[in-house]
Design a protein around this ligand. Structure first.
Ligand code: SF4
Length: 381
């Protein structure tokens, strides 16, 4: 059945909220949160650690910390609690992004069973499986992802176990990579240009002859598609390939985005068909999938990326995150002086619905609303 991506209108009279048809929590995040809280309940008196942030949501992580959970690493992979201080009696929860084989081995060597409290999302595992499948056919894996993101580091590690692997962050880097495929650049430069992005023993002269592209599940679908199409075309021209021989050098992986990322992104395209005054995107500031929703909205209208309703200071002032410069900034008079004000709202896959509801309540409180938030949002939140 064809999915419906038209937004829901919450008409409060002087302010009209258009809510994306799909937004917020995904299966993987709900599953991870369930497992994490169950782990706490099942292990009274034990030290419980999270490998890194459970998901990129400050409230969820704060709740876990309040229940006594400690983080082993920060979100950039810096060690906060040294592995040497862990014992086999400790519990370590693997986050929804998964983790690297090296970290798993390290924990297993201490005697900590990593499979027991593993919340790795099945959609992330699907990418690992896809990488393994193409590795078996002797393709090199090109991972489209943010090189420092936990999920990309985990996917890189799993792919690299089976086959040569390299990470590209964006189209600019895909173009840079293509120059080693075509010979436009000397392969010796590859090791400097892609330092820290390729697997051990990577042979740029040989390992870029057969490739397949997989992605971090939360990248922008259109970006991954463009990168895969581009690299495929490079291969076609380099090796004079036809439709029947293209697989000799390029594996068609189709995109490896998860359903939630896909639905949330497509719903934003649907949302943007409505003519509105501004958009508000709710989610953690280090959440990859949320920042992509912001990116889509920004192309069309003033967009404010906030992580809770507390960032809406008043009807004339909002604190919001500029993910390009990675800083929080303020904007005055973010609500236009007219009625009705039309506002588009969506949220990332790691954002609880309660936060979206809080944002709607705050916005509506600035107007003489003709309807109650509870009554109008009941069907959607
Ligand atoms: S966004 Fe997708 S891949 Fe990530 S946790 Fe959610 S369902 Fe899994």
């Amino acid at each position: 059945m064809k999915k419906d991506f038209t937004p829901a209108l919450l008409d409060f009279g002087p302010v009209q909220i258009y809510l994306a048809r799909h937004f917020g929590f995904c299966y993987g995040v709900e599953n991870a949160i369930d497992i994490a809280f169950r782990t706490i309940d099942e292990n009274p008196g034990k030290r419980i650690f999270l490998l890194s942030e459970m998901i990129h949501n400050p409230q969820v992580n704060a709740d876990l910390v309040e229940r006594g959970v400690q983080f082993l690493q920060d979100t950039y992979g810096n060690q906060v609690v040294p592995y040497e201080t862990l014992t086999k009696d400790d519990v370590v929860i693997i986050p929804a992004f998964g983790t690297t084989l090296a970290i798993e081995e390290k924990l297993n060597a201490i005697g900590i069973a990593t499979h027991k409290y593993n919340t790795t999302c099945p959609f992330v595992e699907k990418v690992w499986n896809r990488s393994e499948q193409i590795a078996k056919k002797n393709y090199t894996v090109v991972v489209h992802g943010k090189p420092t993101h936990e999920e990309t580091r985990a996917t890189f590690s799993h792919a690299a176990y089976h086959t040569p692997t390299v990470v590209v962050n964006d189209m600019k880097e895909a173009i840079a990579l293509s120059k080693y495929i075509t010979g436009e650049k000397n392969v010796t430069e590859f090791y400097k240009e892609f330092a820290g992005r390729f697997s051990e023993g990577f042979d740029a002269a040989k390992d870029l002859q057969r490739i397949g592209v997989v992605n971090q599940t939360t990248m922008l679908a259109s970006d991954t598609q463009a990168i895969a199409d581009f690299l495929k075309q490079v291969m076609i021209e380099q090796y004079n390939l036809t439709a029947s021989t293209v697989e000799d050098h390029f594996s068609d992986t189709r995109d490896t985005l998860c359903y939630a990322t896909n639905d949330n992104q497509t719903a934003v395209y649907g949302l943007l068909e409505t003519k509105a005054d501004l958009a508000i995107v709710v989610g953690g500031y280090n959440s990859s999938n949320t920042s992509h929703l912001v990116e889509l909205c920004e192309e069309k209208l003033p967009t404010y990326f906030i992580n809770s309703e507390e960032k809406i200071i008043s009807s004339s002032l909002i604190w919001h995150f500029n993910f390009h410069t990675k800083e929080e900034i303020t904007t005055e008079n973010f609500l236009p002086a007219k009625t009705p004000v039309k506002i588009l709202i969506t949220s990332g896959a790691s954002c609880p619905d309660a936060l979206v509801e809080g944002v709607i309540e705050k916005l509506v409180s600035f107007f003489k609303s003709t309807a109650s938030v509870e009554a109008l949002t009941a069907a959607f939140l």
